[in-house]
Design a protein around this ligand. Structure first.
Ligand code: FES
Ligand SMILES: [Fe+2]
Length: 395
């Protein structure tokens, strides 16, 4: 059931999806304090494994030091070269590609070629910049700001769900793509089922009726839950899930932790999708996909696991491509739009997200202009929140 009964105001204006100032404010206030899922523990399984990536204008290097994961700025303190430009690999030591300075687990220098040329040694300024890194299940998370919440605090009450990315679910693949649109367009699309008939007419067909759609709305996260209709495909999937020794619930759940981390779960898979801004009107979307392996270890279970993995990956990539086909057109419309926009009750998670963005990137004056948010029942978000919490307790 939806929390709201009447349409809602589209709080963000088109310029929120195009302006450099808004982009900078979001980087600073939304993304720097957040944790970001960037890899799996399998990507860094062996001592010496490393990977590099660009995250929010920051080049990163993650490395396994004898079983300890560490994250560094991928920039050498000597003369600023990137330590490596390889996307991943395994090396005995962390060594800069330019003059060969070596670094230890704590970011301090190890061997420095011709070290006497640098006397007196400036220890503090020869240290790699470190970032916080932690794991939940088989996912590796990085945070770019110091202090702030731990990963457990950031994930909060959803910890058990996010920890299930691993265990009986196995990493099936990671794919990512750049899109010519503001990151909020991608995120907002993931927060509503309203677009299903137009964008996913074959894969999902129709959105669920309101009585089979449960929303949870809070300032920090929102969720959507539904029970899948029974058809040939779900019957086959349920049979496979049982054969792999796991319970069948038939539920699909989508959760977001603001600003950008979305977790989709079904009995047969776990999917973590995360969208990162790369500019005011560009973004990168990363999907880390797990499928059910189960606990049974026999030849049939292995064949079913491999078949499920192949089928689920094909469907997952098709849905990803269907959604991708719409983003560029929404961005072009934003640029030219004279309209205020409107949000329907089925899209109420979009409204909560937009409120979160405004609250965290604007001053009190602008916030006062949007508060209290009247939907046409006259309720405010506080009332909605109370109702949401009431729902949470009941479910
Ligand atoms: S820039 Fe890295 S060792 Fe010189
Ligand atoms: Fe979609």
């Amino acid at each position: 059931m939806f929390i709201h009964q009447h349409h809602l105001r589209h709080l963000l204006r088109p310029e929120h999806y195009t302006s450099e100032a808004q982009y900078r404010a979001e980087l600073r206030h939304l993304f720097l304090p957040a944790w970001h899922p960037v890899a799996t523990t399998g990507d860094l399984a062996r001592p010496g494994d490393f990977l590099t990536l660009d995250l929010l204008e920051t080049p990163l290097l993650l490395r396994n030091f004898d079983g300890h994961l560490r994250a560094f700025l991928n920039v050498c303190p000597h003369r600023h070269s990137k330590l490596t430009e390889k996307p991943c690999g395994n090396t005995e030591r962390l060594r800069c590609q330019y003059h060969g300075w070596e670094y230890q687990e704590d970011g301090r220098t190890g061997k420095v070629p011709d070290a006497k040329a640098f006397r007196p040694w400036d220890r503090e300024n020869a240290c790699l910049r470190r970032f916080q890194v932690d794991t939940c299940g088989d996912l590796v998370y990085v945070k770019l700001s110091d202090g702030g919440p731990t990963l457990r605090e950031w994930i909060g009450p959803q910890w058990d769900v996010w920890a299930s990315y691993g265990g009986v679910y196995r990493h099936a693949g990671t794919w990512e793509k750049e899109f010519p649109c503001n990151w909020k367009i991608v995120l907002e699309n993931s927060l509503e089922s309203y677009h299903i008939p137009e964008v996913h007419p074959i894969t999902f067909k129709a959105y669920p009726p309101e009585e089979n759609a449960w929303h949870e709305l809070t300032d920090r996260y929102t969720s959507f839950r539904t029970v899948q209709p029974v058809d040939l495909a779900t019957r086959w999937t349920d049979w496979v899930v049982r054969r792999l020794g796991e319970p069948v619930t038939g539920e699909y759940t989508h959760r977001v932790i603001h600003p950008h981390a979305t977790a989709s779960t079904m009995d047969s898979f776990r999917m973590m999708q995360c969208v990162f801004p790369t500019g005011p009107a560009t973004c990168r979307y990363r999907c880390i996909f797990f499928t059910l392996r189960g606990r049974r270890r026999n030849p049939l279970a292995w064949v079913l696991y491999r078949t499920l993995r192949t089928a689920a990956t094909l469907v997952g990539k098709k849905v990803f491509a269907e959604d991708a086909s719409i983003y560029g057109g929404v961005q072009k419309g934003m640029v030219a739009s004279p309209h205020p926009g409107v949000i329907g009750t089925r899209e109420e998670r979009v409204y909560v997200f937009q409120k979160y963005v405004l609250e965290n990137t604007r001053g009190a004056t602008e916030l006062q202009q949007i508060e209290p948010e009247p939907d046409q029942t006259g309720r405010t978000m506080n009332a909605e929140k109370a109702r949401s919490e009431q729902y949470s307790e009941l479910s």
